[in-house]
Ligand binder design. Structure first.
Ligand code: ADP
Length: 282
C-alpha cells in the first residue's frame, strides 16, 4: 500500500476524490521513525545512482501556493548529497525565456547521468497559471499537453526516471497557512497579496490541474497525488514513493559498479606490473 496515489495512463481523476487530510492512521512519531529509515535508503540509492552514472532522475513538484513545495525540498531532498542533486525553480518567465518555446528554459535543467534534479514548479505552469490567467490563447496552451508528453517521452527514452508530485491541500488548509504567515515575522518574506488573489481562482486551478494530470500521465512519467494537509505525512509519502521508484534499479546499478570495478582494478594491476618490471616506484 502506497501513501501516494499513483496516476498513470488514461485516467479521469477528480481531485475531490482524494482526501488531503489522509494519514493512513499514522501518528506523527511513527511517521518520523519511518521517515528516518526511508531517508537512509534514499541517501544510499542516490549514492548508487550517482556512482553508476547511467540513469537520471527528474522529480517535478507542483501544487497550489502554500502546498509545501519548499518544505518538501528541505525535508525530503535536504539530506541528499548536494553534489548530485540540483533544485531548479521556475518563476514568471523572463523576457529571454518568453522569446523561446516554453520548454526551452526547462530542458536546460533536465538531469544529466547520475544526477537528480528537482523542479520546483515546472513546464506544467504553462498549462496551469497560463491557462487560468489567459496568458496565452487557448489554441496555444491546449497544444502544450502533446508537447509535454513528447518532451517527457524524450527524457524517459534518454534514461530519465520521471516522477511528478501534486501536493494536494484543501482550501481551508491554505487559508490557515496564509493566515499563519501573517503572524510570524520570520515568514513575512513569504507574504504576498498575490496568494490571496490566486485563491479566488481555486476552482479554475482545480480544473487545470485535473486536465494536466489526466492528459499527461504515463507509466514512464506518472503523477502522484500526495495528501499534503499534514506536512510530516506529505514528506513521508514523497520519500516512500521515491524509494519505491528507485529500488528496482538498485541491482543494475550494483552490477554496473561491479563492471567498473573490474575494469579499473585490471588497469591498476596492469599498471603495477608494468611499473615493477621497469623498476619504477608507485
Ligand atoms: P513560489 O510561489 O513557487 O514559492 P514565487 O512566489 O516566486 O515562488 O512564484 C512563482 C510564480 O511564477 C508563481 O506565481 C507561478 O505561477 C509563476 N510562474 C511560473 N511559471 C510561469 C509561467 N510559465 N508563466 C507565468 N507564470 C509562471
Amino acid at each position: 500500500m502506497e501513501y501516494v496515489h499513483r496516476i498513470e495512463g488514461e485516467r479521469k481523476i477528480s481531485l475531490s476524490d482524494f482526501d488531503p487530510e489522509e494519514t493512513h492512521g499514522l501518528k506523527r512519531n511513527e511517521a518520523e521513525e519511518k521517515m528516518s529509515r526511508l531517508t537512509e535508503e534514499l541517501v544510499e540509492l542516490q549514492e548508487l545512482l550517482y556512482a553508476a552514472n547511467d540513469t537520471r532522475l527528474l522529480v517535478i513538484l507542483q501544487g497550489r501556493d502554500t502546498s509545501g513545495k519548499d518544505g518538501a525540498i528541505r525535508g525530503v531532498f535536504g539530506p541528499l548529497n548536494s553534489q548530485g542533486c540540483e533544485i531548479a525553480s521556475f518563476k514568471v518567465p523572463t523576457e529571454a525565456e518568453l522569446a523561446h518555446d516554453f520548454l526551452w528554459r526547462v530542458h536546460l535543467h533536465a538531469p544529466a547521468s547520475g544526477q537528480i534534479v528537482v523542479f520546483n514548479r515546472s513546464h506544467y505552469e504553462d498549462v496551469l497559471v497560463v491557462r487560468v490567467h489567459h496568458l496565452a490563447e487557448e489554441k496555444i496552451w491546449r497544444g502544450r499537453y502533446d508537447h509535454i508528453n513528447n518532451f517527457e517521452r524524450l527524457l524517459a527514452d534518454s534514461n530519465t526516471i520521471i516522477l511528478k508530485f501534486y501536493l494536494h491541500i484543501s482550501r481551508e488548509e491554505q487559508e490557515k497557512r496564509l493566515m499563519k504567515r501573517e503572524q510570524d515575522a520570520t515568514k513575512f518574506w513569504k507574504l504576498s497579496v498575490g496568494d490571496w488573489k490566486e485563491r479566488e481562482h481555486w476552482d479554475d486551478y482545480t480544473v487545470a490541474y485535473e486536465d494536466a494530470i489526466n492528459k499527461c500521465s504515463a507509466p514512464h512519467a506518472p503523477w502522484f497525488i500526495v495528501p499534503a494537509n499534514k506536512k510530516w505525512f506529505r514528506n513521508l509519502a514523497i520519500a516512500e514513493a521515491l524509494v519505491n521508484a528507485l529500488k528496482p534499479y538498485k541491482e543494475n546499478w550494483l552490477k554496473r559498479l561491479e563492471k567498473i570495478g573490474e575494469r579499473e582494478l585490471a588497469a591498476i594491476e596492469e599498471f603495477r606490473r608494468a611499473a615493477q618490471s621497469s623498476g619504477a616506484k608507485t
